[in-house]
Design a protein around this ligand. Structure first.
Ligand SMILES: [Zn+2]
Length: 496
């Protein structure tokens, strides 16, 4: 055994010294590689860039149908992104409008009108990692951060093309890799991020169609992919170098910046409260609404929204209200991430998901996707619980003889193909998501009526539902009880 032991020590010692030498070389190589790339792109003295163009971006997890890419498309017109590399921030100006034809999907409850956006985003080392990535997903931004992060470099041949791959560890513990082609251009930057519905998600940016813009070599086409569908595309028409960039935040609200990462875990919602709806039913407030029903042998929860934190609050409140019964079912109104983001927590609880048939295969797949970057309760269970999904098409009734929940498909919804509303016949309560997101109380009929509202009303009339109270999953800010009279007014109809 002795010689082996000795050899191990000798190798370790040799390894130590050679690692030190390699490290010095690697660092010099990195600097040389970055310098060479910056020079090739004509970017050595670039302090600011103003990138103009047009394209589109996608709103995360809001498709009309879950089996299409998981984005709802927005057009980007008159797009100008002005980046200050030293301040590590940018101003984004664009006209963001309808990008779907026909207009369908979520991210706003109604057809999308053109919106002028003017916003400032700071992406320094203390910004959320996904915001920093929006800076890193610029060729020059990537190279600058690679230097700071002491990236490693390695040669790689992909489909016969030679690349120098620059790699560093992201703050979220996923490597960020940039592919420098033989000309010295950054061709692609790729990493993984966490998405609370999809888990570990690839996010990359691809730069093609390189052109000379005022002495700078810059891609005339930038595409970003997540998951992997494409969710951002920009046809670059002009790039100005070293023009002044004003990073003073615009007055008022500018909206969200950049193409945006996938839905986060959300901030800290207020703690759950509940309101008694009578006869074993409660409304859970304090975030996205849910309804808890005390069936004979188990609990039914309507809606598992947002994220693990919100779902945990709803579950805790359900168990407080109805002790010693399992949560057997969670009803899912639709597959948009803000309404499905808590389903994983309910699956971990042993609940069966009740959803529209259109979502079945999709949920069966994504509920098994790995969540290694940010493990949640479900991903850490061993063994993994069986994923139980019950589907419906037009109507499903849950009852124990005393308590009844009627579920109906919203026909003609342009928000989501598999939209479900829940009706409580005894309470005359209708829970709906996104089909009627109410504004301030006593609002008059708007000049242009939202077709979502007329469609919801048409469905209530078609189904002859006797509704005293509508509970929007997005509860009104003032906590008021929403009545049918409000829906009639919003839909521009008079109550019969
Ligand atoms: Zn929605």
């Amino acid at each position: 055994m002795a010689p082996t032991h000795f050899t191990a020590i000798a190798l370790a010692a040799a390894g130590f010294f050679s690692t030190g030498l390699l490290y010095a070389d690697a660092s010099a190589d990195l600097k040389a590689t970055v310098d060479r790339s910056m020079k090739a792109m004509g970017a050595e003295n670039v302090k600011t860039l103003a990138i103009s163009g047009q394209g589109w971006d996608g709103c995360v997890g809001q498709p009309y149908n879950p089996n299409t890419p998981w984005w709802r498309k927005f057009s980007n017109k008159d797009y100008v992104r002005s980046i200050d590399f030293e301040a590590r921030g940018w101003r984004l100006q664009r006209i963001r409008g309808e990008g779907e034809n026909p207009p369908r999907g979520g991210c706003g409850a109604g057809p999308i009108a053109d919106q002028t956006q003017n916003l400032v985003v700071m992406a320094g080392a203390t910004a959320p990692w996904n915001t920093q990535l929006e800076y890193i997903f610029l060729p020059e931004g990537f190279l600058r951060v690679a230097l700071e992060k002491n990236a490693s470099i390695s040669p790689e041949t992909i489909k016969g093309k030679k690349y120098t791959v620059i790699s560093f560890m992201g703050d979220n513990k996923a490597p960020v890799n940039g592919y420098i082609n033989e000309q010295g251009y950054v061709e692609k930057v790729e990493t993984r991020i966490d998405n609370n519905v999809l888990g570990d998600t690839v996010w990359n940016a691809i730069y093609t169609d390189w052109k000379d813009f005022n002495g700078l070599k810059f891609p005339a086409r930038i595409e970003q992919y997540q998951g992997p569908p494409k969710f951002f595309e920009l046809a670059v028409t002009d790039v100005k170098v070293n023009v002044p960039v004003d990073l003073t935040p615009p007055a008022g609200r500018g909206g969200r910046g950049g193409p945006g990462g996938p839905g986060g875990r959300g901030g800290q919602p207020p703690s759950s409260l509940s309101e008694d709806l009578g006869d074993g039913f409660w409304l859970i407030t304090g975030g996205y609404a849910a309804i808890v029903a005390d069936f004979k042998d188990y609990i039914v929860v309507i809606e598992g929204p947002q994220n693990e934190m919100r779902a945990g609050q709803i579950i805790a409140e359900a168990k407080r209200l109805v002790p010693n019964k399992p949560i057997r079912y969670v009803v899912n109104t639709h597959a948009h991430f803000d309404h499905a983001g808590g389903l994983r927590t309910f699956v971990a609880e042993g609940a069966t998901i009740i959803t529209h048939q259109v979502n079945k295969g999709y949920y069966e797949k994504i509920l098994k996707d790995p969540h290694t970057l940010v493990p949640d309760k479900l991903s850490q269970m061993n063994p993994q619980p069986r994923i139980k999904i019950e589907t419906m098409t037009e109507k499903k009734v849950l009852t124990d003889g005393r308590h009844t929940i009627e579920l109906y498909h919203v026909q003609g919804s342009t928000h989501n193909e598999g939209m479900i509303v829940a009706y409580l016949p005894k309470q005359k309560v209708l829970l709906e998501a996104d089909e009627f997101n109410v504004g301030p109380a006593n609002a008059p009929t708007p000049a242009s009526v939202n077709p979502y509202h007329t469609n919801l009303l048409a469905n209530i009339e078609r189904l002859h539902l006797d509704v005293d109270r509508i509970i929007p999953v997005h509860l009104p800010g003032d906590g008021r009880k929403v009545t049918m009279a409000e829906l009639y007014t919003a839909a521009g109809k008079s109550k019969p």
